[in-house]
Design a protein around this ligand. Sequence first.
Ligand code: PLP
Length: 348
Amino acid sequence: MINKNIDLRSDTFTLPSQAMKEAMMNAKVGDDVWDEDPTVKELEAKAADLFGHEAALFCPSGTMTNQIALKILTQPQDDIICDIRSHIYQYEGGGIAYNSLCSVRLLQGEKGILTPEMIEEVILPNDIHFPRSRVVALENTVNKAGGSSYKMDEIKAISELCKKNDLKLHLDGARIFNALVYRNQSAKELGQYFDTISVCLSKGLGAPVGSVLLANKQLIHQAKRVRKVLGGGMRQSGFLAAAGIYALDNNIGKLKEDNQNAGKIADSLKQNKLVEEVIFEGTNIVLFRIESSYSSEKFKNELAKKGILVSNFGKEWLRIVTHLDISKEMIETVCNAILEIKVEGVSV
Ligand SMILES: *Cc1c(COP(=O)(O)O)cnc(C)c1O
């Protein structure tokens, strides 16, 4: 069945293009658990090189790359410092406790963005009463804050603080390329500041499956062990890795347009008087809230009647995410539809 809806619920809904599928079908594969899949190796080398890291590990999901990273950077009784909105804390099924036996030190960054000062304040003294401060985990862009992103000097300052205090620095880069194109930053420059980076291939980049974990060779060796015990060792996964290679080679360029498209939607929302609040941080996410007398649920349903799907995002908030499969024409349709929704007899 052809889905005629304009699906803005998430950038995870991207479908592989014909060209991507051809790249997948033509992939040379082998048993990757035996280290014999050339296409997986090619993807891992390409992703590592992009961010200036030594090595990489292809995994089934971003949850797995995040959880493996935290596992290999910590020991039980360690403490992980992150923003309260972090995916690693909110949306990974309590994985930090389950997999790593660590505690979490939650900060309230402005729009989910942490500062060295905030982090420094919660670094614990070396005392047996306390867990050991071990890892700082950043998210870029911050999904739950509406796609906010870090400036390079903010990351550099956090990295320097971490080095000074013997803390490891992890990046959940599920949407890192949205941040890099928005801020015109280089992946290589960013890469040098982190010990581990998780990069998603199956959101805006359009691959059907997969994330890569980047780190040095020694950490990736440990990561492979953890991936195995989590059941994430895959066999002829080169078919999937080929989609990732295609995505890195061809789909980063579209992200700039995705970010701009989200901006157009945000502008239309601001013109509708039923919309009480709009959060747009320059990347591909828009969060918005409808006045209570009308309700977000009703607004969502009105859009759905017009074939436009958006998602609920916490109480009363709705989320729109633009992506590879959303064209300029679709954005025009969406913007017009947003302006058409009004209470009978009340002009927008
Ligand atoms: C989507 C996402 C992930 C990973 O999710 P998976 O569905 O496990 O691939 C991690 N962090 C953030 C911020 C995300 O948005």
